[in-house]
Design a protein around this ligand. Structure first.
Ligand code: GLU
Length: 467
């Protein structure tokens, strides 16, 4: 049997963290069993679905490189098919028109409450003749007896008595099919073998199984994945930080780092934290997903991202960081030694945005100097230090870490200064701030001429601004 899974988001917002994890679990499952991954856009709610949300879902999946084998299908393009199935169910006596007015249903509910019963539709229209001038809804004839039993791959055996379920509406009075109907028709038509989804849908499953059975189809295997909670134990929402996948992209996360973090939300393999994609595919199994809810920890995500940035090749970093560099007006390979720039900063940067901040001064000379740094490191004595340094550096025949290192030490010795008293003004002069990778490596990458130009500018600045 070929495994066929699906990701069916409703395009009523961006692709959020929970949706991305569901997509990932399905994707991994399809890869593991060499199956197919179907993308289906559940856009029947015309009031809430938007084009932008559809695009945001595509963008999110593309960025995460969760590719699909089939689709995207749009439910709005399949309305005739849903109608066909609804008519078929009516013809076979498995569904019926319901003419109950809102008032009638309200009254039924009140009565049931008064009698201490759980409010549910009592099936009175199963026998009713058409009521003139009323646009009826269509209800599914749920079996009156027996049980729905399914073996959830995460939660274990789930059993629910049919007396707990009522005749659910499968088409509204305007003819629009409801979620439970469209999902069933699609899962059937698309040959879905495994439904892996959030456990907010677990209550829909018995209803969907009953409809599938009425249609003569055996239900897929279900796996309901627990929710993602914020650290306060409440369901993950905006309050807990970014929830949209593309926001993480914009904040400088690597797609694989996010995937790695997401796979561990509710699943584990011993105490291993970092997984290559192939390891994820090999080791992940839906049966091993935890029963309890997972807690989203932004600090851990940041750590995972840092680990990925550190171990990336510079070519990969370049590919992912290009959008962030261009946001800062920088073309990464406009410097011949861009590999050295990324290489020297990668084990200091927790995000790609930070990587850009740390790399920026290599590309763009400081337009101004950090004010605090000026006060601290550009005091009057720094003028002579920088002048001597400039001469010393300009006179070097070879420009490499060792010779630069030697020059900085020589000036410190000659002027009887601590190394920091030389290196810090020099840093501010070349970087604008007193933070940079080791100064010898920094200057080596910057080049002899550029270092000289920046020292010259800093000297002028001190002469004009510091007494
Ligand atoms: N469109 C539904 C949602 O986004 C999908 C539910 C399902 O997987 O059946 O929640």
């Amino acid at each position: 049997m070929t495994v066929v899974v699906r990701f069916p988001p409703s395009p009523t917002g961006f692709l959020h963290i929970g949706g991305a994890r569901t997509a990932l679990f399905n994707w991994l499952y399809s890869k593991k069993y060499k199956g197919r991954f179907v993308l289906r856009i559940e856009d029947t709610d015309l009031e809430r679905s938007t084009e932008q949300s559809v695009q945001a879902i595509f963008d999110g999946l593309e960025w995460l490189q969760l590719d699909y084998d089939d689709g995207p299908y749009f439910q709005t393009k399949r309305m005739d098919r849903y109608r066909e199935v609804i008519d078929q169910l009516i013809e076979r006596g498995q569904a019926y028109y319901c003419y109950c007015s809102k008032e009638e249903l309200d009254e039924l509910r009140t009565q049931q409450r008064e009698q201490g019963l759980k409010p549910r539709y009592d099936g009175r229209c199963r026998q009713r003749s058409p009521v003139p001038d009323v646009q009826p809804v269509v209800r599914f004839k749920n079996p009156l007896e027996g049980e729905v039993i399914f073996d959830d791959q995460v939660k274990g055996k789930i059993e629910i008595s049919n007396t707990e379920l009522d005749d659910l509406i499968i088409a509204r009075s305007d003819g629009v099919p409801t979620y439970n109907l469209t999902v069933v028709v699609d899962d059937m038509d698309m040959g879905i073998t495994h439904v892996i989804r959030g456990d907010d849908h677990v209550n829909n499953t018995p209803k969907q199984i009953n409809i599938l059975k009425a249609l003569g189809v055996s239900p897929p295997i279900y796996a309901h994945v627990p929710m993602i909670l914020g650290q306060d134990g409440k369901r993950m929402s905006k309050r807990h930080g970014a929830v949209s996948v593309t926001e993480y992209r914009d904040q400088g996360y690597l797609p694989h780092a996010l995937l790695n973090y997401l796979v561990r939300l509710g699943w584990s393999h011993g105490d291993q934290e970092l997984f290559t994609l192939n390891e994820m595919i090999e080791l992940f199994d839906i049966k091993d997903v935890h029963k309890s809810a997972a807690v989203f920890d932004p600090e851990k995500l940041l750590w995972v991202n840092y680990e990925y940035i550190k171990s990336s090749t510079v070519e990969d970093l370049k590919q992912h960081a290009t959008r962030h560099f261009s946001d800062a007006g920088i073309t990464v390979d406009s410097m011949d030694n861009w590999k050295d720039i990324l290489g020297i900063n990668q084990d200091r940067s927790k995000t790609l945005v930070e990587l850009v901040q740390r790399s920026r001064f290599f590309y763009i000379p400081p337009e101004e100097y950090d004010q605090k740094a000026v006060k601290k490191h550009f005091k009057a004595p720094a003028l002579q230090t920088l002048k001597s340094l400039r001469d010393q550096l300009a006179g070097l025949d070879t420009w490499e870490a060792e010779s630069v290192h030697g020059a900085v030490h020589k000036i410190a010795d000659q002027m009887n200064l601590k190394l920091g008293q030389v290196a810090q003004p020099l840093r501010v002069a070349v970087a604008g701030v007193p933070v940079s990778p080791p100064i010898d490596a920094t200057l080596t990458i910057l080049g002899q001429e550029e270092t000289d130009r920046r020292l010259h500018k800093a000297i002028e600045f001190i002469e004009q601004n510091v007494q």
